[in-house]
Design a protein around this ligand. Structure first.
Ligand SMILES: Cc1cc2nc3c(=O)[nH]c(=O)nc-3n(C[C@H](O)[C@H](O)[C@H](O)COP(=O)(O)O)c2cc1C
Length: 370
């Protein structure tokens, strides 16, 4: 019986009532192809509203400043125009009983000089990830970034604070700090990308410092109960990230320290690839971190209906975030409830422009009662 599925049970997200535990994971879709990099009316609002039966939507990564950008046609949340455009998205999602957080993003060294009038992107240290950036002219090799000065760090923290304030003005239900997947915060956490000698490098505490200073700054402009945060402790071989003997103690430290806060949730990803033979990798993230983190734990990567229900039943997570299944199944919750097979996604339209592969996936299930 569908009512017995753990995924379909309601959840109290630190004061915010979610109709179910199915979360739409943050996904960049490159449809903000306008000069202001704002959500596109007729696209973003339709896309997210189609998916409003999710217990919670987390938007695509949205840059907190011009400096923070690293991919073409991604939306921002730093200008008045962007705030107004997001407001329209949120109004429609809320009218359809949806709940929506925005993912706040700074890509750090994954950006490219083409986005910054030839200036270098910023990172914890001047170390090239030896990866590829998706620039306006297509994929290009990444460059060696500029090591951030203390002023750069302080300005970036203020950019996150301002973006969080803007998010509240745009009527989001909360924010998710993107401290995952090899982007700026992750570059600070990892000893292979952070060789700093000041208070932001060296010890584990120092490498994690920028994250906690950012949370503390954001708390000044919104309730911490509405702040979520994403981590991917076992990311390896993607965006220049590699694991070392400090990796597990670093994430253990960060996750333990998050217990000092009363956050909306901690969003963790299981490994994106097979790390069973990689030294210093945690292969079962939820299993390791569920006993360590005392707040709401959201888990992601590779889940389906069965494994999603199971991870909640086993007590290893409270919420499950689905990425790719949400691209091609706008009515994912109803399909789970009615046991309707899922439609396949088309990778060719993940990052293209326009409606195709974005808002033209069919809802096959009957509408669930709100
Ligand atoms: C097209 C696409 C775009 C993505 N963009 C983001 C993003 O902006 N921010 C983020 O944290 N993760 C991003 N991800 C990662 C997803 O949130 C998720 O972790 C990943 O797809 C694994 O979950 P899944 O197996 O349910 O798809 C993206 C994934 C895909 C497929």
């Amino acid at each position: 019986m569908s009512s017995e599925q753990n995924l379909l049970k309601p959840y109290n997200l630190n004061g915010l009532s979610l109709l179910n535990r199915v979360v739409m994971a943050p996904m960049t879709r490159s449809r903000a192809d306008n000069p202001e990099n704002k959500p596109t009316e007729g696209l973003h609002d339709v896309y997210y509203t189609q998916r409003a039966s999710a217990g919670l939507i987390i938007t695509e990564g949205s840059q907190v400043s011009k400096q923070a950008v690293g991919y073409v046609n991604t939306p921002g949340i730093y200008s008045k125009e962007q705030v107004e455009a997001w407001k329209l998205v949120n109004k429609k999602v809320h009218n359809n009983n949806g709940k929506i957080f925005i993912q706040l993003w700074h890509v750090g060294r994954m950006s490219h000089p083409d986005f910054h009038n030839g200036e270098l992107p910023l990172s914890s240290s001047a170390i090239n990830p030896e990866a590829q950036s998706y620039t306006p002219e297509g994929f290009k090799d990444t460059v060696t970034p500029k090591e951030m000065t203390i002023e750069d760090i302080e300005r970036t923290i203020q950019d996150f604070k301002k973006a969080a304030k803007n998010s509240m003005e745009a009527d989001f239900d909360g924010i998710e700090i993107h401290s995952s997947n090899g982007y700026l915060f992750h570059q600070f956490f990892n000893g292979t990308s952070n060789k700093r000698k000041d208070q932001y490098g060296g010890s584990i505490e120092n490498r994690a410092r920028i994250l906690f200073e950012t949370i503390d700054a954001i708390k000044e402009v919104m309730p911490e109960q509405k702040i979520g945060l994403r981590l991917n402790p076992s990311l390896h071989g993607i965006f220049g990230m590699t694991l070392d003997k400090e990796t597990i103690p670093t994430f253990d430290y960060i996750i333990k320290k998050l217990n000092d806060y009363d956050l909306a949730y901690l969003h963790l990803s299981e490994p994106f690839n097979d790390v069973s033979n990689i030294p210093h990798a945690v292969t079962e993230i939820a299993k390791r971190y569920r006993p360590i983190y005392h707040g709401t734990l959201m888990i992601n990567a590779g889940f389906d209906k069965e494994s999603g229900n199971k991870v909640i039943r086993d007590g290893q997570a409270d919420l499950v975030a689905f990425g790719k299944p949400y691209i091609s199944n706008p009515d994912l919750v109803e399909r789970f409830a009615e046991n309707i097979p899922l439609s396949d996604w088309d990778t060719a339209t993940f990052y293209t422009q326009g409606k195709e592969g974005y808002i033209d996936y069919e809802a096959k299930a009957r509408k669930q009662e709100a």
